[in-house]
Design a protein around this ligand. Structure first.
Ligand code: FPP
Length: 246
């Protein structure tokens, strides 16, 4: 065995602090099997369970999943109802496991448009898991980034009109405090499944510097190993934040 000192290994690039995922491809997954779209969404909900567990095991501190957009209300009524049913089921049935595994659950989006029982389930889940610190799991429901930015702007405009703050007091930090993600780090890795390469009104402010990883896998087939591959891709990229190569 050689006794020559081994060259120092470079520190591995740090992993992402916040992974955001646009879960896409449930409908195509179902269509390819001759199944109704709801079957794809059900398998999509299974993927949510797998990925939340996998993210915890991989040491991802914050995971944000886009489950229902402000635009998704435009889908056929029975599909909207199926999706709401799955969200309701998730909030009720996964809560114990999330809590046991140290997940802090937060639902991001406009709650005004949601059914009363879902809003109550969200509040209960957030209250129960509020002190957990192993992983933040954020589920975006009735979320749209433009809507979020407009609401933040209106709130600040009201404060200016009331004389509470001056226009020049509004800097990035002040603006971020009005967003639904207040207190969370920005996503540094944004994944979209199913081969589509769009951001679709998701976390537009917060993803200003996110690395984008688009994968062909349809969401119902996505699992911990795909998340691990996306994280490996993230680690290979050189992040410059508008600066120059070091
Ligand atoms: C996109 O697939 C997916 C959605 C609009 C909904 C995402 C919902 C889930 C994964 C299930 C429920 C979520 C939780 C948190 C339990 P698509 O229907 O647009 O697929 P397509 O583009 O192939 O038609």
């Amino acid at each position: 065995m050689s006794t020559a000192p081994r060259p120092a290994q470079p520190d591995p690039a740090p992993g992402p602090q916040h992974v955001a995922i646009i879960m896409d491809g449930n409908g195509r997954w179902a269509k390819a099997r001759g199944l109704p779209r709801v079957a794809g969404h059900r398998r999509g909900a299974d993927a949510v369970r797998r990925v939340v567990r996998g993210a915890g095991e991989l040491g991802v501190p914050v995971l944000t999943l886009f489950a229902f957009s402000t635009e998704n209300w435009g889908r056929p009524a029975d599909e909207v109802s199926d999706l709401m049913g799955l969200l309701r089921h998730y909030l009720r049935n996964e809560l114990e496991e999330l809590h046991r595994n140290g997940a802090r659950l937060r639902v991001i989006g406009n709650r005004d448009g949601l059914a009363g029982d879902i809003v109550r389930d969200i509040s209960d889940a957030e209250r129960l898991t509020g002190s957990n610190a192993r992983i933040d799991v954020n589920i975006c429901i009735n979320y749209g980034a433009r809507d979020e930015i407009l609401r933040a702007s209106r709130n600040l405009a009201r404060r200016v009109a009331a004389g509470e703050i001056k226009p020049d007091d509004i800097d990035e930090a002040r603006f971020e405090r009005e967003l639904l993600t207040a207190g969370l780090p920005d996503p540094d890795l944004l994944i979209r499944t199913s081969g589509e390469q769009r951001i679709s009104n998701f976390l537009l402010w917060q993803c200003a510097y996110a690395e984008l990883v688009f994968v062909d896998t349809l969401w119902p087939d996505f699992g911990k190993e795909h998340l691990e591959q996306a994280i490996a891709e993230f680690r290979r990229r050189e992040r410059r934040y508008g600066g120059v190569r070091g």
